[in-house]
Write a protein of this length. Sequence first.
Length: 71
Amino acid sequence: MSDLSDDDANAVNDLVDAIIENLEDEYRSEVEPFEQYSKRVRLHLFKQMSEFASKFLRGHQAIMEEIEKKE
C-alpha cells in the first residue's frame, strides 16, 4: 500500500487484523486450516484496499487539476 502514509497503512493493518480476528470465531472448514485461509483473506483485503486508495488518489488529483484549469 505504497500510496498510503505510514499512519494510514497502520490503520488499515489494524482494521484487517480485526476482520481476521472476527472471522476466526465463525470459520469452520475441515479442508483449509484457518491460518491458510486468513493469509488468503488478508492478501485479498490488502489488494482491494490498495487498489481503492490508488484510484481514490488518482481521482482526487484529476479533480484538483481540473479545478486549477478553471481558475
